[in-house]
Design a protein around this ligand. Sequence first.
Ligand code: 13P
Length: 261
Amino acid sequence: MANTRKPLISGNWKMHYNHFEAIQTVQKLAYALTSEDYEEVDVSVHPPFTDIRSVQTVLQADDVPIALGAQNVHQEEKGAFTGEIAAGMLAKLDVTYVIVGHSERREIFGESDEIVNAKAIAVLKANMTPIVCCGETLEERQGGQAESKVASQIAGSLSNLTAEVVGELVIAYEPIWAIGTGETASSDDAQQMCAHIRSLVKDGWGAEAAAAVRIQYGGSVKPGNAPELMAQPDIDGALVGGAALDPEDFSRIVNYRLYQA
Ligand code: 13P
């Protein structure tokens, strides 16, 4: 059956750019992308929290169809959680996609699958879409445990979600050893793991959810390797770090279809 999933290409800016720089970056990106691009690909940018309001204003003022995203969220609706941001606050700023369980959050800030699951549920409750991240370390890959690691992350992070909800999610497969290293998973390895993730979704939530869920690859995606990665049948998009900071590079990734795979 033909795949009807619309690709989603997301720029995770991580802790880069103040709100002035964010405005400039998103304006340049809007200038580089065309209405044809948005027909073919959903595009999101995930600036730091302090930039979101400014970016929202730019996108709204010029009716730019780039979706606004966040990089993280707290799982509680409100309360005494100094320094945290609730999903409802992001929804009020027209945020559409929220990354949960990025490996940097899991590794540096100790987020467990249970927390990631609670965050995904908080995002869904606020009518936004979580981008749920998973991925193995280099040791796990070398030890032949990549698939089992990802399987346990998927089971834990998506626990208690219905098939209908899982079909509408975005899952990002980001092998930790490929993030920020310039080392990309080969398109075969990336495809293999994304197909594995789809089969896990099928086993856990059924064929319909598996056919609908969008799976992104992330880890040193650049204009040069995007066409080959995007040509894989189970890769439905990219979660881009470093290359998303440069509007020209990011727009070329969004335009992957114009380049040879
Ligand atoms: P890089 O594209 O810089 O490897 O980062 C990937 C990533 O972590 C996106 O979330």
